[in-house]
Design a protein around this ligand. Structure first.
Ligand code: ATP
Ligand code: MG
Length: 253
């Protein structure tokens, strides 16, 4: 059933698609793509649109297109960094290019499903896998800022996605230069998963995910101890400024 927000989204997506049609044609030629088709057409938001296509060698690819260039540039930058650091739990970047008013990043297509509360309850060992990925990500001095079920895709392993709003953690001395997310996006980034407005701690968000999945229900005995330890470590890290990125001077008020 179509409702008002779907109609608005359809209108916005269609007009965005039409205004970028030449860019999309250029993209098709530059990256020699076949069978480009919109992906999740009615979920356009924050200026992003998604496509699925086939590369010249027949591989499926996922395309993320953005008009707010700095955001997607961050994503391409971080993802390439992760690829170069052999961080195996991130998608592989195939292509990044800025067109006039539009930026594009192309990834290998991940054939899987977003993580859900239910998947954690059925396979509590996924909490352990996801936590390992998060710790590895932190070790590189990064704060994801959008840790939530949707941003973990489950294939034969877990993959962390969506690096648009990644920032550097305050106590790490690396020379990464990242773009600042637009103010209006930062304001609602994370909702109940951020520590406080404009402060993000991936362990705080991860802890909320565990609570959402298990609530008061019992964790499979075999994993009870592991998950208890993970929650404890999450709590410690959630209360540690070293793991918190705050967009207002790195200080939580
Ligand atoms: N490499 C990929 N292969 C296949 N599907 C993908 C890939 N990357 C992302 N997706 C799908 O596209 C959706 C949106 O991607 P992503 O999370 O990167 O964008 P987003 O606009 O920041 O979304 P959101 O704000 O909802 O988190 C994901 O939930 C996932 O289903
Ligand atoms: Mg996402």
């Amino acid at each position: 059933m179509l409702n008002l927000s779907k109609i608005k989204c359809f209108k916005r997506s269609t007009s965005y698609l039409c205004s970028n049609v030449m860019n999309l044609i250029r993209l098709r030629c530059d990256s020699k793509l076949k069978k480009i088709r919109p992906f999740k057409f009615l979920t356009w938001h924050h200026g992003f649109m998604y496509f699925k296509a086939q590369s010249r060698d027949g591989e499926n690819v996922f395309i993320k297109v953005d008009t707010q260039i700095f955001c997607i540039e961050n994503e391409a930058h971080i993802c390439s960094l992760l690829n170069s650091k052999s961080f195996i739990s991130a998608p592989n970047v195939k292509f990044f290019k800025k067109y006039n008013g539009m930026s594009v990043v192309i990834f290998d297509y991940i054939d899987g499903e977003a993580l859900k509360s239910k998947s954690l309850r059925e396979k509590p060992e996924l909490v352990i896998d996801a936590f390992k990925i998060l710790k590895e990500f932190t070790r590189l001095g990064l704060c994801h800022r959008d840790i939530k079920f949707d941003n973990f895709i489950l294939t034969d392993k877990l993959i962390l996605i969506d690096f648009t709003y990644v920032e550097k953690l305050p106590l790490y001395n690396n020379d990464l230069i990242l773009a600042k997310a637009p103010d209006r996006i930062e304001k609602d980034l994370g909702f109940h998963l951020s520590v406080s407005p404009r402060a993000w701690n991936d362990y705080y968000s991860f802890n909320r995910m565990i609570d959402e999945a298990f609530g008061n229900s019992n964790v499979d005995c075999q994993y009870y101890h592991d998950i208890y330890q993970i929650k404890k470590e999450c709590n410690d890290r959630a209360n540690n400024q070293q793991y918190t990125f705050c967009s207002k001077g790195n200080v939580i008020n």
